[in-house]
Write a protein that binds this ligand. Structure first.
Ligand code: NAD
Length: 353
């Protein structure tokens, strides 16, 4: 078992990170070491069976299981989970951004410590940020209380992530790294985190497509998820994330798939202004950043066109309007006609030049 610990971000609460096969079975010992004895386990409905196994493994250390976590953390779900959390002394979230988002939402309101076992590559575990929906409207909150204190990456837990989701979730993580490379507040450490994350996915994702049960590949990609999540917490995101937030909110497109389709196009858009910053990433993917990322995604069998995710052609104009409203800082000016062109290419699934 390979394990490492990392403290990061001076001024932020310390985070302990471990990565290794078998950590799932070590959660009980972890709780005991911390003096915790009543853990509420959190999962989505789809991972309730995994949650029940963990609950059984924890025995008397488990306070209960709440398996109602869902995408975008609706406050109604958080309120139901808060009732289940009464009497608990900590939260153990197992899953992707949805289960971890619920732990963060409860921790924000109760300050209960969070131990999270990520099973996708979205990277939410590494950020002090919570996106929650109130009456269908998404709001983003940032607080030290939101940051999970302990992250346990167990590659065995990621093995059941279906190939398609593994690929799109990996591309979702890579999007954090690509945007970090040209972030206004980037620094030498964030560059290294971003490039390390991209390298991990470039190596690991093709191996997962070939052999989904490969533990070394799952370990490499979870390591990549941590690097990409960490860099997401440290620097500002730009046009790509703005596009995903706007389209995800207005058209309810699936989160990871939308990141996967848009990434080559938003990277190509910004390469005009940030070619030097993106060059190391372009070299990793064989030449031009947009074309290289597109070819990488295509070889992995990722979705390539927004039209295949359910976006109607007539919605492209509205999508462009939303994307240019209150834009995030971006290395290239965010111009409506150019963004409409980007969206049309992504809708058709055309390889960016
Ligand atoms: P998810 O957590 O919704 O998971 C997608 C589906 O896959 C769920 O049904 C889940 O149960 C299932 N699943 C996950 N891991 C599995 C596994 N190993 N085996 C079998 N099934 C598995 O998806 P996600 O992409 O990880 O997270 C998306 C959510 O996270 C969004 O709400 C997004 O806004 C949020 N997010 C937040 C941050 C942040 O920093 N706040 C960062 C990234 C994502």
């Amino acid at each position: 078992m390979r394990t490492f610990y990392a403290g990061f971000e001076p001024g932020q609460p310390p985070v302990r990170v471990s990565l290794g096969v078998g950590l799932l079975r070590a959660v009980g010992a972890e709780l005991t070491t911390l003096g915790l004895a009543r853990a509420l386990v959190l999962t989505t409905p789809e991972q309730a069976a995994q949650g029940r196994l963990l609950q059984a493994d924890l025995g008397p250390l488990a306070h209960g299981l709440f398996s109602g976590a869902t995408m975008h953390t609706p406050v109604e779900v958080t309120e139901a989970a808060l009732k289940a959390a009464q009497g608990a002394d900590c939260l153990v979230a197992m899953g992707g951004g949805s289960a971890i988002g619920l732990a963060k939402a409860i921790a924000l309101r109760t300050d209960l410590p969070q131990i999270v076992l990520p099973t996708t590559y979205a990277g939410s575990e590494a950020t002090p940020v919570l996106g929650q929906t109130v009456d269908g409207v998404k709001e983003t909150l940032r607080s030290p209380k939101i940051q999970p204190e302990i992250i346990l990456y167990d590659p065995e837990l990621a093995v059941s992530l279906p190939i398609g989701l593994s690929v799109t979730s990996g591309l979702n993580a890579m999007a954090h790294a690509i945007e970090a490379l040209y972030a206004r507040d980037r620094n030498p450490l964030s560059d290294q985190l971003a490039l390390g994350g991209l390298r991990a996915f470039r190596e690991g994702l093709p191996q997962i497509v070939a052999t989904p049960s490969s533990l070394p590949a799952r370990e490499a990609t979870l390591f990549g998820a941590w690097l990409c999540g960490t860099v997401l917490a440290q620097v500002g995101m730009a046009l790509h994330h703005k596009l995903c937030h706007a389209l995800g909110g207005a058209f309810n497109l699936p989160h990871a798939e939308m990141h996967a389709v848009l990434l080559p196009h938003s990277a190509a858009y910004n390469a005009e202004a940030a070619g030097a910053e993106l060059r190391p990433a372009a070299e990793l993917f064989g030449g031009t950043i947009g074309g290289g990322l597109y070819d990488f995604a295509a070889a992995l069998g990722a979705p390539l066109a927004l039209r295949d995710l359910g976006l109607a052609e007539r919605d492209l104009e509205r999508a462009a309007d939303l994307a240019v409203r209150n834009p995030y800082w971006n290395p290239r000016p965010v111009e409506r006609e150019a963004v409409l062109g980007l969206l049309r290419n992504a809708w058709e699934g055309r390889r960016p030049e």
